[in-house]
Structures are given as C-alpha cells and as structure tokens.
Design a protein around this ligand. Structure first.
Ligand code: BG6
Length: 448
C-alpha cells in the first residue's frame, strides 16, 4: 500500500480500555492495522488495557487474529506489533496510574472506552488524573446510556472530567457512503429538487446481519436491537436523510437534533419485534430481548408530511448489508410504470443504484432497469475505514463526524418512546438465517 507519511501524527497514543473484547477484534484492530499500512497510524502508540493476564506475545497473537495480516512474518507486521503495548488491569477496581509510565513518551492521548456505558464515569475520573504532555480526549462507544435518564447522567459525569473533550462515537457516521449522503442529496440538482413528500413515497433504512450475539451475550441481552442499533446508527441515518442542507458542522449537529426532535410519538402498531430461534440457547437463559426490530416513523415536518420512514435491523438473518432505499412516488402519467428508487448501499459495498423504467421492445413491455456505481469496488487502498477515519479525526481534534450531545439526547427521547410502545408487543420468533418476521413487517408497510 502507498505510504502517506505526511498524514502521520507523531508520538500520540491510542489507549483502548477493555481491549480484549469483541469490538477490538472486529473493528478497532483491523482499522488500526489498515491505518498503519497506509502510514496514517504508523507513529501512534497503541496501548491495550484489559483484565486478562496476557504476555506481550499473547497480545500480539490477539492482534494477529483480529487483523489477519497476509504475512505475519513481514517487516510491516513486525513493526506494527512493536508499537503495541498491553497493560493488565482490572480497570474498574484498580488504580490506573501505572499507565502514566507507559504514556510518558507520548504527546496527546486518546482514551477509547470499549466498555459498557456504566463504566464511563469511573474511568473518566481515573483517566483524567493521569498527567500527559499534550491533549487528552475521551472516546466513548455507543450506546451512550440505556435511556434518556442514564444518558443525561453520563453526559454530566463524563463532562466533569473531560469537559468538551468527550467524543461520542457512532461508527456509521464514519462510513464512506454516509459521509457522502449530503453530497448525493445537495450536489445533484436532480435529487435536490425531488427530496420531499411530493416525490418520495417512503424512506427505508435497513441493516441486516448473519451473525448472532456471539460472545456479547451479557451486553446484548441487556440492550436489544432498539438500543443497540436504532437509537444510534439508524436514527442518525434518518436524520441525515431528512435534515436540511448545511455545510457547517455546528449547524449540522443542530439540524440533525432538530430533525430527531420532530419524530412523532410512536405507538405499538408502529413496531415489530422479534427474536431468532436459537437466541435463548446462545444467551443461556430465557429472555424477552429483541434481536430484530422493524419500525415505522413519521416526522412532524411539512416537507416530510405523511412520508413513512421504515427502520429495520436484525441479527441471524439471511444477509449482511446496510442500506438506505428512497422509494419515489409512481408517476401519474403512466399508472403501469413501477416507482423509481434510489438505493444507497452502505455495506458491504459502497454503491448507489438508481432504478428507472424503459420500454423493452423485445418483450413489448415496460420494465425497470438500473444504473449503478460501486465506489468500493474500485481499488482504493488509501480510503480509511469507518473506525480508522473516526480515530484519526479524534487524534486531529475534529468532532464533525462524532455525535453531539443534542443529537444523542434527541434520539433517546424518541427511543424511550419506542421501547415503551414495544413493551406490550408480541416477540415473534424467527428462523435463524431467515428474513425475520416477514409477515408482520409486511403488515407494518401495508398499514401505513
Ligand atoms: C454495532 C452494534 O454498533 O454495530 C453491533 O453494537 C452490530 O451489534 C454492528 O453488529 C453493525 O455494524 P456494521 O458496521 O457491521 O454494520
């Protein structure tokens, strides 16, 4: 891969608290390794703090399993490993001052809390006491709290120690196509002019994954799909689709939160929840936690009057993807013509697909055809992955792709109502590897 040494940040450190968990394996280490290969993370010291009694070799092995380097004997991989340090600590109960020795040669520090939110205040307090030469910033994972009340408490408690240096991560905001949403809407006159209730029939925001809860049983069983995915990632996407145009970051925080505050109160008929068949076996006990949620939301905004926003997420389904589909209204000119649609694929590929109608002369019928562009299919070794981009931004003190407190507050206000509305609902059990409780989801769409 091409080296980009100019982007390197000298002698800063990324300290991951709770490093031995699933997040490091799946997202953080692959992101740091990608950044190392492109030269962007080369000079960043990576310090992992965990409870396990690991030797440096164990930590390197953990990194290797997470990053899957093509050649673990290569000098690039060895150099990467030489920048890794593991500190064994029961970080909730033990003093974290030994970290100051490990960090003494570093300028600025990013503390990344890959822990449950309950641990944020105590960790913020302990970490704030470590003397460092340069900046210190606290990056906290979602969900930020488990409801509005706990989120408010967390906000106050973390701010006491890190003031305006709290970075609330939502990795969907770092995804390439999500970063491109505003450009797609506003830098293309063809979409800009039709992005409203007069032309749009519905907005569909769907995330589907094949994996189940895996090793995150305790976390997930206390959280569920609505708190894990809808409160953060999917509501952020809704806000980005519906908010007004702006090129100013501060304005964007404001506009997103204002949009979220305009969500109408949902009732139980707006929510379908489900659980995959082997869920209870996976978590080891009986449970009413939803691993699937499909919701219908409306905005109290004139431009979006009566346009349903369908948000859906689920585990142990048949496919892995995240996408936004804008379904346009059917043309009045020809009632036989299917509606146009714009599909914005966020993952696994970054792709935009527009579907329109033509007359197929061979079959003598009107047929939908598509034009599409796959951005990620091009060889783009220097494009940072979502976590890589966001960690780099935190190192650079750029909060523009982080969630502001106003947005988190607004999305909890809505998510709390959603959780309340779903309480009385039946939990539909769906087959592993299926599309989820399809019949119920279809009803949700038909009844809109
Ligand atoms: C995380 C959730 O925030 O996002 C996980 O906690 C989920 O449960 C993941 O699997 C999905 O992210 P992505 O980028 O793989 O779609």
């Amino acid at each position: 891969m091409k080296e980009a040494p100019n982007n390197s940040i000298q002698k800063n450190a990324l300290v991951i608290i709770g490093v031995t968990g699933d997040l490091s394996t799946k997202k953080l280490f692959p992101a740091i390794w990608h950044g190392h290969q492109t030269g962007r993370f080369e000079k960043v010291k990576v310090v992992g703090v965990g409870r396990r009694d690991w030797s440096p070799e164990d930590f390197n092995k953990f990194a290797e399993n997470s990053c899957q380097p093509q050649d673990p004997t290569s000098s690039t991989w060895k150099k990467f490993c030489s920048g890794l340090t593991y500190v064994k600590s029961d970080f909730i109960n033990e003093d974290l001052s030994p970290l100051s020795k490990v960090l003494q040669d570093c300028k600025g520090i990013i503390y990344f809390l890959a822990t449950p939110p309950e641990a944020f205040p105590i960790l913020a307090e302990k970490l704030s006491k470590i003397k460092v030469k340069g900046f210190k910033r606290l990056v906290v994972e979602k969900p930020f709290g488990k409801d509005l009340h706990t989120a408010e408490k967390l906000n106050t408690q973390t701010k006491i120690y890190f003031k305006d240096q709290v970075y609330r991560i939502d990795h969907y905001l770092g995804k390439g196509m999500v970063r491109n949403l505003q450009t797609l809407r506003y830098s293309n006159e063809v979409f800009r002019n039709i992005w409203n209730k007069d032309n749009i029939e519905s907005v569909n925001i769907i995330q589907s994954e094949k994996t189940g809860v895996e090793t995150r049983t305790e976390y997930y069983d206390q959280t569920g799909a609505i708190r894990d995915m809808i409160q953060s990632h999917l509501l952020q996407l809704l806000a980005l689709v519906a908010m007004n145009e702006t090129s100013n970051t501060k304005n964007s925080f404001l506009l997103k939160s204002q949009t979220l505050l305009k969500l109408k109160k949902p009732d139980s008929s707006d929510v379908v929840i489900g659980q995959y068949a082997s869920y209870e076996k996976d978590v080891g006990h009986s449970s009413t936690t939803e691993s699937f949620a499909s919701i219908r939301a409306f905005l109290n905004i004139p431009e979006w009057k009566d346009v349903p926003f369908y948000l859906q997420t689920g585990k142990k389904l048949d496919e892995n993807f995240a996408k936004i589909v804008i379904k346009f209204k059917k043309t009045k000119f020809n009632p036989l013509a299917p509606a146009n649609s714009l599909e914005i694929m966020l993952s696994p590929e970054e792709r935009v697909k527009f579907t329109f109608n033509l007359h197929d002369h061979d079959l003598n019928t009107l047929k939908p055809f598509s034009m599409e562009y796959c951005m990620s299919c091009e060889f783009r070794p220097n494009t940072p992955t979502a976590y890589e981009k966001l960690i780099l931004d935190a190192l650079n003190g750029d909060k523009s792709l982080y969630a502001s407190w106003a947005e988190i507050r607004a999305s909890w206000k809505y998510a709390d109502k959603l959780l309340e509305a779903s309480k009385a609902n039946k939990l539909f059990i769906y087959q592993n590897g299926s599309k989820g409780p399809l019949e119920q989801v279809e009803k949700l769409h038909i009844e809109a």
